[in-house]
Design a binder for this molecule. Structure first.
Ligand SMILES: Nc1ncnc2c1ncn2[C@@H]1O[C@H](COP(=O)(O)OP(=O)(O)O)[C@@H](O)[C@H]1O
Ligand SMILES: [Mg+2]
Length: 257
């Protein structure tokens, strides 16, 4: 994000805000929460990458933001509304209409076609607040229009992740949450999936929060947040990733893909 955008954004409210956000899982000692009093603001249209060692709380943070996990302290605020103040059905509706989720392991229904997988969230019967996207447009956007009737377990890993990205976007969300979306892909497919996410983010104006171990992915973000022990250790500008790469690798033990 350039400076002009940044100062304009600072005058509006963030799309996503975590305020003193804390999660202690049942078996955890209260002294070592999975997410520990974390503050984060993500502005409209921003692409924020989250890095950090395994177990540092990255996935828990995404689940809390999506309202899929309940915080034990603090708040997730979406467009100024604390989501804990919403009744369960309204929170679920917010998640299903405003947010798309992409996982490392795709989480597709392997015996269904690409097209049926993409349409599945629409069939869940959520009351639509926003006009859903057209499934054929999405298939074309992810380059799978000719494979629309293939069962997804007959598709390559890269193609399956493209189906998962289209599925995440069918309800026309404006927030994309992605948990290591390139983690199960070889470098060629990882590049293609990242290019696709960046293009869709740009074309659809998505606010994007992506967990990644890959410094090359993080380098293409607007901002990089590094987590440790459930807290934000530091924020890095992507152009500093190259010099910080060595120390990140030492901490996370992950090599660039
Ligand atoms: N569903 C869960 N139930 C209990 N503990 C969990 C659960 N998910 C994660 N944890 C624990 O919370 C901590 C943070 O995990 P996680 O958010 O998955 O980190 P990361 O995504 O950075 O690897 C770890 O100690 C992990 O074992
Ligand atoms: Mg994780």
């Amino acid at each position: 994000m350039n400076e002009a955008n940044e100062s304009a954004n600072r005058n509006t409210r963030p799309v996503i805000e975590a305020r003193r956000l804390t999660k202690v899982y049942d078996h955890h000692s209260p002294s070592s929460p999975a997410v520990n009093g974390l503050d984060l603001k993500v502005w409209a249209g921003e692409f924020v990458a989250i890095m950090g060692a395994s177990g540092s709380g990255k996935s828990t943070l995404l689940y809390l933001i999506a309202g899929l996990a309940t915080p034990t302290g603090g708040e997730v605020i979406i467009d100024g509304t604390p989501i804990s103040s919403l009744p369960d059905a309204a929170r679920a509706c917010l998640r299903n209409t405003r947010m798309g989720f992409v996982f490392q392991r795709f989480n597709l229904l392997g015996f269904l076609s690409a097209k049926n997988n993409i349409e599945a969230p629409r069939l869940l019967g959520w009351k639509q607040q926003r006009q859903p996207r057209d499934v054929d447009d999405l298939l074309a956007a992810v380059g799978l229009e000719k494979k629309n009737l293939r069962r997804v377990n007959e598709l390559s890993a890269g193609e399956q992740q493209r189906v998962a990205i289209a599925r995440a976007l069918i309800n026309n969300p404006d927030i994309l949450l992605a948990d290591e979306p390139t983690g199960n892909l070889d470098s060629k497919n990882a590049d293609a999936v990242l290019d696709l996410i960046l293009r869709l983010k740009h074309d659809l104006g998505l606010t994007t929060l992506m967990v990644t171990h890959n410094p090359e992915v993080a380098m293409r973000a607007d901002r990089v947040v590094e987590m440790k022990d459930g807290m934000i250790l530091r924020e890095l500008m992507p152009d500093r990733i190259a010099s910080a790469e060595e120390s990140i690798l030492k901490r996370t033990g992950h090599l660039p893909q």
